[in-house]
Structure formats: structure tokens, C-alpha cells
Design a binder for this molecule. Structure first.
Ligand SMILES: C[S@@+](CC[C@H](N)C(=O)[O-])C[C@H]1O[C@@H](n2cnc3c(N)ncnc32)[C@H](O)[C@@H]1O
Length: 367
């Protein structure tokens, strides 16, 4: 094992990679070896229990994720990419959801993680009843994604990895490069309620355990916008810990989604008098579809939306689940701010609610 430096600078990407490879390749054998509570949530296990139960134990044991970066509409036939795919848990969950007509790529830089993922790919395919694996694991860096062609991916996911990169700008640029027009990224990662103090940010173990490199949440959202994704939306949020190394700081897991549009979105939510109606067609969401922490669409209910949301629902794969009215005229700003309790709403897809009667929503707000 390479000796771990006592301090690590984010300005030295190669040193960060060396420490991470060592940590994920040699130090950790399962999530029980983690010292912090950040990259070991059981969200994906809880939400996809039947699929998870088909995965080999050694894959599940090496799951170091912090959220559930899996959209809840129908994903069949999609080409997906998981950044920092590790031992493959999220790739295999997506493999089942995209089915034999789809394909899932994983990119990771750690040989030991890739070895577990690749060795288990045929086992998982057989358990899913597929004639052959619909997954490919590539050795590489998420900052470049060299093995992935331009504009070839419908859905990019990532589970607790972007925080580990000292060059998050490059990672976001690579996501934009590989996505097709209207394609989406849907990632779970760690953010902080303030800029992370140097003592945590330069500590090798804190970096490896997904805290040291975490961004202040507003810097994270700005970095996403700087990469050309002008209106990222938070789907879910969960506080993970409220201190590190004795320093008070709130680290949360957030799941964020945004799509690639060549024609830029509005910088603010603008009102063009549009509504969106969920048709109830996504198989896991018969009664309502939760888009983000302030947009829950009940089946059959026309709901006022800003022009950006209208585009997210009509110029992407989600179009098959929505009827979106055309822009009428500009009526000024649209109040699209998250409302209190939004995160609770975002969890409401888990409730089996009966479909509501069709009735127009209150005018003037989606929130
Ligand atoms: C916290 S684990 C998450 C693994 C996986 N997403 C999961 O949920 O189990 C981080 C993974 O990202 C990989 N990784 C970290 N930085 C990377 C980089 N710059 N390029 C490629 N892989 C990276 C590590 O090798 C490790 O497998």
C-alpha cells in the first residue's frame, strides 16, 4: 500500500486519485469498514428491494452510495452511464430497469472495484433472465469518460462520487459532452451547509469518505449551472451528519436532476401560461409523479408550470407521460420556489395513493 499523506490538497489531483484508489481498492472491503456515515445510506436498497435481493452479496457489501440516483419513470431501452460505478450496485439496478434492449456503462478508476463488478456481470444477467449482460464496466476517469462517445447517453447517474473529484468542472463538462439532446443527469452526492473548513478538506480520510471534497450546496448548484445546466432541480435531500472532526458542519445527501438542452433554458422561472398534466403512464407511479422537491403532478390534474418545467416535461423522455400546453404569452415571473415540506412531498411517491379526480389546480403556482 502507498503511504497515505497526512494532508492532501485538492490542487493535487494525482495525489487525491492515489489515495482514493488505495482506499476503495485495498482499505475498504465492505461498507462496514467506513468510519463516517456519509457514503453508506441504504436508500437504493430500500427502494429497489426485489432487484437488490438478486445481486450477489459481495457486490451489495461494496455499495458506498449516499442516495438513490435512479429516476422513477420508465427507463426501458435507455442507454445509461454511472460515474464512479464501484462494484456495480447502481449499474446492476439500472441494468434491470433498462432491460435487455437498453445498456448501462460504468466508469471507475479502481481496478479492484472493477474486478468485482465485471466478474459478477454474467451472474447478475443470468439472475435477471437476460441472454447476455447489458452492462459494460470501463476503467477510466469520470473527468474525461474517454470510453464514452459524444451525445450517446440518455441518462447519467452517479452515487456519491462527484465530491471525490478535485475537478468537478471537468466531470460536469464530461456529463454534458456524453448526454444526448434532452438527456438527463440524475446524481446523488454530498453537499455541505457551508464551505468545508481546511482541516476537513485536506484530511485524506475525510476526502476518501466523501466529506472533505464536498461542496457548499450553493457552490455545487452554481457549478452545475456553469456547466450549462441552467435550472438544476433538487429531488431529495437528507441530513447525514452535523459535525466532522469535532467541527460543526451539516453534510447532506442531495439528489439533483438536470437535462441537456442546446437551446438554453430561462435563467429564472418564467410564466408563459402553461400547464402540465400527468397521464399516469409510468408504471411505478400510477397516481402521481414527483419531479422534484416542489413539483408533484397528480394524474389527470392540469398543473401550472413555468416554461423551464414545461420543457423538462415535453422535450425529454418524460414527454410520453405528460400533456403539456403550448406557451401562450409571457406573463412575467413564475413563483417556482421550493415550498416548505418539499422533501416530504418528494418522498410521497412511495405512498400508494388512489388517483385523484381530474380538476384544474389553483392558478398561479406550481408550488
Ligand atoms: C464512494 S464510492 C461509490 C461507488 C458506487 N457509486 C457505489 O454507490 O457503490 C466512490 C467510487 O468512485 C471511484 N472514483 C473516485 N474518483 C474517481 C475518478 N476521478 N474517476 C473514476 N472513478 C473515481 C472510486 O474508485 C470508487 O469506486
Amino acid at each position: 500500500m502507498t503511504p497515505t499523506p497526512s494532508l492532501l490538497s485538492q490542487d493535487d489531483p494525482q495525489a487525491v486519485r492515489d489515495v482514493l484508489r488505495d482506499y476503495y481498492g485495498k482499505h475498504l472491503q465492505s461498507s462496514a469498514d467506513l468510519s463516517q456515515k456519509a457514503c453508506c445510506t441504504d436508500d437504493i436498497q430500500a427502494r429497489f428491494r426485489p432487484i437488490m435481493s438478486a445481486l450477489p452479496d459481495e457486490v451489495v457489501a461494496r455499495h458506498y452510495g449516499c442516495g438513490c440516483p435512479v429516476p422513477l419513470d420508465d427507463l426501458e431501452g435507455l442507454t445509461a452511464l454511472d460515474l464512479g460505478s464501484g462494484a456495480g450496485v447502481d449499474v446492476f439496478v439500472l441494468s434491470k430497469l433498462v432491460g435487455p434492449s437498453g445498456h448501462v456503462h460504468g466508469v471507475d478508476m479502481t481496478a479492484e472495484q472493477l474486478e468485482v463488478a465485471r466478474r459478477n456481470a454474467p451472474v447478475v444477467a443470468e439472475r435477471f433472465g437476460f441472454a447476455r449482460p447489458n452492462v459494460t464496466f470501463h476503467e477510466g476517469y469520470i473527468e474525461t469518460c474517454d470510453a464514452i462517445a459524444d451525445a450517446s447517453i440518455d441518462l447519467v447517474i452517479s452515487d456519491c462520487v462527484v465530491n471525490l473529484s478535485p475537478r468537478k468542472d471537468l466531470v460536469l463538462g464530461a456529463i454534458r459532452r456524453v448526454l444526448k439532446e434532452g438527456g438527463e443527469f440524475y446524481i446523488s452526492d454530498i453537499v455541505a451547509d457551508r464551505r468545508v473548513p481546511e482541516r476537513i478538506a485536506n484530511d485524506p480520510e475525510m476526502i476518501a469518505e466523501c466529506l472533505g471534497g464536498a461542496l457548499y450546496e450553493h457552490d455545487f448548484m452554481d457549478a452545475i449551472k456553469d456547466a450549462g445546466f441552467l435550472d438544476p432541480r433538487v429531488v431529495e435531500r437528507k441530513v447525514l451528519q452535523t459535525e466532522a472532526l469535532g467541527i460543526p458542519i451539516v453534510f447532506s445527501s442531495v439528489t439533483v436532476r438536470a437535462q441537456k438542452f442546446s437551446r438554453p433554458l430561462d435563467r429564472r422561472c418564467e410564466d408563459y401560461g402553461q400547464t402540465a398534466t400527468y397521464l399516469g403512464t409510468f408504471s411505478g407511479c400510477p397516481a402521481r409523479y414527483v419531479y422534484d422537491d416542489h413539483h408533484v403532478f397528480e394524474r389527470g390534474r392540469p398543473t401550472p408550470v413555468c416554461r423551464n418545467t414545461a420543457r423538462m416535461l415535453s422535450e425529454t423522455r418524460l414527454a410520453k407521460g405528460f400533456q403539456v400546453s403550448a406557451p401562450l404569452q409571457h406573463f412575467g415571473l413564475f413563483d417556482c420556489s421550493p415550498r416548505p415540506g418539499g422533501a416530504l412531498l418528494a418522498a410521497s411517491f412511495q405512498l400508494a395513493n388512489p388517483a385523484p379526480q381530474a380538476a384544474p389546480a389553483k392558478a398561479g403556482g406550481c408550488c
